[in-house]
Structure formats: structure tokens, C-alpha cells
Design a protein around this ligand. Structure first.
Ligand code: SF4
Ligand code: SF4
Length: 404
């Protein structure tokens, strides 16, 4: 059988020298010690499929979907093997042959791409969530609670703020689904901070999901459509820069539309910044007026730290707040186990991976943990609660905004 998605990455299979260094950093493997749930094992699965020693079975699908796309293996590999690309290519083979569950396919290809349908689904979910018994009957509460859905999305409730006179720049805010539906406070803080730094902020209402959950599940065709729709929307907005407050949205807009989906987005990608990157590199970071006597730790989102190489900028913002003492946790770049929908599709494994993170956070004795991604924000809250650790969780923008 021909596997075109895998063939496009066959040089990565050849690069793997089977040394196993990637296993020592692969979060699912470190919990299960199952070879096929670790990075090296996943390369072997792809190779066996290509050689005809395996077929596209449910077991193979299960194994390949336990990858978090955290990219720790890519960073650790001495041979330059892109395990993440191989995993996605196998998922694309599964999706192109309809080997992904019917409900998941419907959600990814029909609901997520439509602003109207997604808004309606979330509104229905927020009503439904008031009856926890019914919600858990559908298995949607996961381990430690499904996140509280906001009845009104950030985009729906956002009203253009104060008029900025002589703006230093006209910027577009790419909101992303996590901020739009689950962590709207982070969106408000980002817009407020950008305006306080003299930017005119445009929030195009027609923007859609960046496509991360869609193409990470192998649905490349729908991922491409989402990329093209967003490119059209932001081109119309005529902005100088596009800002996101989500590590995964940022990685997708900067690199993956082009590198994974083959969409011609290079010109647009050059204008994309993470919130912290934009503030530190492009604007003059203002010193806040208020001070807090606060010990704060910071969790690095995988797609921001490894995906985009942004580690210093969020820390610089935190250290700039008077009175804040930044305390580093052990393994701050280790995945929290959230990984988008992973926390709900693999709740037990996600909880185990997240518990290691929760203990690293607890050992800092900080009063607050900050991050730069709505997915990590939700997972950190969930795993801290599951481990009986009382600590507040905030997006870096929220803490900075409250001090400005
Ligand atoms: S992917 Fe890289 S680190 Fe992992 S076994 Fe292969 S060569 Fe070694
Ligand atoms: S991306 Fe993360 S979870 Fe997936 S194989 Fe690599 S280290 Fe393991």
C-alpha cells in the first residue's frame, strides 16, 4: 500500500539510528514504559507500516494518538529525526482513509471550522454543563473536571476599547479557541496591555480556529481551509502585526501552515508574534505602577518554548513587575500533559503526566504559577486541584495587566 504522507518524510525514518535518547524525555513513555508509546517506538511503527509489516489498525491508531506533540524528542535527537512530523504523517494516513472515529471527524471537519456552529456548540455545552450528572454521563468531565465553558465568547463580548491617539502600530489579535471560549480573561488582558503600549488593536470577528487540533488529528485538508480563511480575514484587516497569546496558535501561524500544510503563508507568518515576544522585542516594555510582594513560577508551554524558541521574554515581563520574585520550577519546559484535547481523550495518562508538573510547581513554594497558553492554564488548574495544591494560575498577560 502507498502512504504518500509518510513517504514525504521518509528521510526522517532513515535518520533514526535507534539510540533511544528520545525515550528519556518522552512524557507518555516515562509513565507507561511501553516502547510503542515512546518516541523511538513511534518511529518504528511508522517504518513497519511503510515496509508492510503493519496495517492501519485500531491498535496502531491508539498508539500514535498517545503522542502529545510536545517536541521534546526532536530537541533530544542527535540525528535530527523529526518524530513529530512522522507522527502527524501517520495520523494523516489514518484520517485520509476515514480511520478516525465518526464523532471526532464530524467535530473536526464540520463544527470546528464554522464560527457559527462552534459558538452554538459551546453555548449548548455551557448550558448543559449546569447539570453535571448529564455531562459526566457523556464522559466529558475527564479526571478532575471539564473546564468551565464561557457562555459568551471573547470575540462576541469584545467591544473595541478606548481610542488610541496616534497609535504606534495597528495590530490584529488572533484570539484562538482556548482564549475565546475558556480563558477570556487572558484575551482581555492582552488587548488592554497592547492598548496601554499605544497599539490600535483589531479583533477580526470572522477569524476561525488556527487548525491545530484539526491537523494534529491528521485532517490536513480541513486544516488548510482554516489557514486560508484566516489569511483572508487578516489580510482584509490590514494590520502591521498579528499577536497571539497561545503558544500553539503562534507555532501554527508562524510555521505549521507553511511547513506542515503547505499553505503559502510566509509573508503573513513574518508578522506573527507571541504576546510576550512582541512586548519585549517590538514595544518598549512599560514599568508597572503597582507592585506585588509575590513569589511566582513560570511553566513553559511546549509550542512556545521548543516550537518557537521563546523562553526569556515571558520571564522578562514577570521580572519587570515590581515586587515579583520569579522562582524557577524543576523541568519548566516539560509538557504539562494538556496537549489540547489529550486531557479528555487520554485522561488517566494526562493526569499522570500533569501530576509530575504539579509537584514541581508545589516544590517552588510560589504563590502563583503563570504560563502563556490557555491550554496549559486549564491543565495546570486541573492537575493542581487533583493533587490538592492550592495555587492561583494566570496567563503572564493577566498578572502584568493587573500591575500596569
Ligand atoms: S528518534 Fe533520534 S533520539 Fe530517538 S531513537 Fe531515533 S535517533 Fe535516537
Ligand atoms: S512529541 Fe512528545 S509525546 Fe510525542 S513522541 Fe515526541 S516526546 Fe513523545
Amino acid at each position: 500500500m502507498q502512504y504518500p504522507h509518510i513517504s514525504a518524510h521518509s528521510e526522517d525514518i532513515v535518520r533514526c539510528i535507534k539510540c533511544g535518547l528520545c525515550k528519556s524525555v518522552c512524557p507518555p513513555y516515562l509513565e507507561t514504559f511501553v516502547e510503542s508509546e515512546g518516541a523511538r517506538g513511534r518511529v518504528a511503527l511508522v517504518e513497519a507500516l511503510q515496509d508492510g509489516r503493519l496495517t492501519l489498525s485500531h491498535i496502531l491508531s491508539d498508539r500514535i494518538f498517545t503522542c502529545l506533540n510536545c517536541k521534546a524528542c526532536v530537541e533530544a535527537c542527535p540525528s535530527g529525526c523529526n518524530v513529530d512530523d512522522l507522527v502527524l504523517s501517520l495520523r494523516a494516513e489514518l484520517a485520509s482513509r476515514g480511520k478516525i472515529g465518526l464523532i471526532k471527524r464530524l467535530v473536526l471537519n464540520d463544527i470546528v471550522p464554522s464560527r457559527t456552529k462552534l459558538d452554538l456548540a459551546v453555548k449548548a455545552g455551557s448550558v448543559f454543563q449546569r447539570f453535571p450528572g448529564l455531562f459526566s454521563m457523556l464522559g466529558l468531565d475527564g479526571e478532575g473536571g471539564f473546564p468551565k465553558l464561557q457562555g459568551r465568547s471573547f470575540i462576541d463580548s469584545h467591544r473595541p476599547g478606548r481610542r488610541v491617539r496616534n497609535p504606534v502600530m495597528r495590530v490584529g489579535f488572533f484570539v484562538g479557541c482556548g482564549t475565546n471560549f475558556l480563558h477570556t480573561e487572558a484575551g482581555e488582558a492582552i488587548v488592554w496591555v497592547l492598548e496601554r503600549h499605544g497599539c490600535e488593536v483589531i479583533v477580526p470577528r470572522e477569524q476561525v480556529c488556527c487548525g491545530t487540533p484539526v491537523f494534529n488529528s491528521g485532517e490536513f485538508g480541513t486544516g488548510r481551509k482554516l489557514a486560508e480563511r484566516n489569511l483572508e480575514v487578516f489580510e482584509k484587516a490590514k494590520v502591521d502585526a498579528v499577536i497571539t497569546g497561545c503558544g500553539s496558535c503562534g507555532l501554527t501561524l508562524k510555521k505549521e501552515w507553511h511547513e506542515v500544510l503547505g499553505v503559502d503563508a510566509r509573508e503573513f507568518s513574518n508578522k506573527v508574534y507571541d504576546f510576550s515576544e512582541f512586548l519585549v522585542k517590538e514595544l518598549k516594555l512599560q514599568k508597572p505602577r503597582r507592585s506585588f510582594l509575590l513569589a511566582v513560577t513560570y511553566h513553559d508551554p511546549c509550542h512556545l518554548a521548543r516550537g518557537q524558541g521563546i523562553k526569556d521574554e515571558p520571564r522578562e515581563i514577570l521580572k519587570n513587575i515590581p515586587g515579583v520574585n520569579l522562582v524557577e520550577m524543576r523541568e519548566s519546559t516539560r509538557c504539562c500533559g494538556g496537549a489540547g484535547t489529550f486531557a479528555f481523550t487520554w485522561p488517566e495518562l494526562s493526569r499522570k503526566i500533569g501530576s509530575r508538573k504539579a509537584l514541581s510547581i508545589r516544590d517552588t513554594a510560589a504563590s502563583m504559577v503563570t504560563t502563556s497558553c490557555p491550554g496549559c492554564y486549564l491543565q495546570l488548574r486541573r492537575v493542581l486541584r487533583a493533587n490538592d495544591i492550592e495555587m492561583s494560575v494566570k496567563h503572564v498577560a493577566e498578572l502584568y495587566a493587573s500591575a500596569l
